[in-house]
Write a protein of this length. Structure first.
Length: 94
């Protein structure tokens, strides 16, 4: 996983994509609750795959826990960007 400035660029790019998807769902009159449910459902396969990666790489429980915690934190930030994009889209509509 990238670190330092490269990580910041990757995170910023992912946040921009998440915000754009939020604006897109908001523009299609998807309710905030439904949009949130879609985002949460879409993150599940990523978190599930972390378990598979951990088994393939024989990660210790501590290593896997750290990986899961870091991924969850990133996905939480992306959810916030997604929700902000959704809200921004609704505020822009008359």
């Amino acid at each position: 996983m990238p670190a330092g400035p490269e990580r910041s660029k990757v995170d910023a790019g992912a946040a921009q994509v998440a915000a754009a998807m939020g604006r897109r769902t908001g523009g299609r009159d998807v309710t905030l609750g439904a949009a949130t449910a879609m985002f949460v459902a879409a993150r599940h396969p990523f978190l599930t795959e972390l378990g598979a990666i951990g088994r393939r790489r024989a990660l210790s429980p501590g290593q896997l826990s750290s990986l899961y915690d870091e991924a969850s934190a990133v996905l939480d930030q992306l959810l916030l960007a997604f929700l902000d994009g959704h809200q921004t889209r609704h505020e822009a509509q008359p």
